[in-house]
Design a protein around this ligand. Structure first.
Ligand code: FPP
Length: 247
């Protein structure tokens, strides 16, 4: 784990290699100031750039952000359309900064089911940053943990039926290789999960990968979540005793 010395910190802090964030509270943030929900998503998108930059400077290796779940399609169609346009806006605006920061973009989710324009920009963002060697900014977009596990089980069942594997070959490693996070290799499992806005649930995010992840539920709405909030949450992580089932 990287160690950071930051002016906001009283002592050295171990930085988790993989931080995952459920960016919740955009709608409530907007409502609080009498604005439509989409204003909250827009400010939430701007905050992605701020927090991604901060995390990259701290030495985080993977930042996974839950941007759109497989359940979010059931929101009003205007909100869904707005959320589908966010990657177009985000990569259109911030790509030069991502390149400058040496950030590599990854999108994990059922990308085949995205609208064409959204699909095109996310694949272009991955391609434009594929040679970057810094932090991986992993957007979970049209992602659902149960669907991911079902998909992995189906793939393995097909391989067993066609004889390329035996059912007894299936273990944690073979299973994880079939998950959408497999491009992250040994960094696929988050060390720390943060959910903003005070809600305390997982909401179908990274169900397999969160097996031994430390969780912090932060009351701040996502658009208000700052680098200092991130540092506070990393401090809480530092206070935890991770035993991975051992004693
Ligand atoms: C949950 O808040 C948030 C979302 C469903 C969308 C999150 C998306 C972003 C922060 C922007 C992502 C950026 C890119 C580039 C894809 P909510 O709407 O459920 O808030 P509420 O619980 O207060 O109503």
């Amino acid at each position: 784990m990287a160690e950071i010395n930051n002016s906001s910190l009283s002592s050295e802090l171990r930085v988790p290699e993989h931080i995952a964030i459920i960016m919740d509270g955009n709608g409530r943030w907007a409502k609080r100031s009498g604005q439509p929900r989409i204003a909250g998503h827009k400010e939430g998108m701007n905050n992605v750039k701020r927090i991604a930059t901060a995390a990259s400077h701290m030495g985080v290796k993977v930042l996974s952000l839950y941007a759109f779940s497989t359940e979010n399609w059931s929101r009003p169609s205007k909100e869904v359309s707005f959320l589908m346009r966010l990657p177009v806006d985000f990569f259109g605006t911030f790509m030069p900064d991502l390149i400058k920061e040496n950030i590599k973009v990854l999108v994990t989710g059922f990308t085949d089911h995205l609208p064409e324009k959204t699909k095109k920009v996310v694949f272009k963002a991955m391609d434009d940053t594929k040679d970057n060697t810094g932090m991986i900014l992993n957007f979970a977009f049209n992602y659902g943990g149960r669907a991911e596990i079902v998909n992995a089980a189906k793939n393995l069942a097909k391989e067993a039926v066609n004889g390329s594997i035996s059912p007894d070959d299936i273990d944690d490693k073979l299973f994880a290789d079939q998950l959408l996070t497999s491009p992250l290799g040994s960094l696929a499992d988050p060390d720390l999960l943060i959910r903003t806005s005070g809600e305390e649930r997982i909401s179908n995010f990274l169900l397999w990968q969160l097996a031994y992840t430390e969780m912090v539920f932060d009351k701040t709405y996502w658009p208000d979540f700052t680098k200092d909030n991130l540092i506070e949450d990393i401090k809480l992580f530092n206070d935890r005793d991770r035993r991975f089932g051992a004693i």
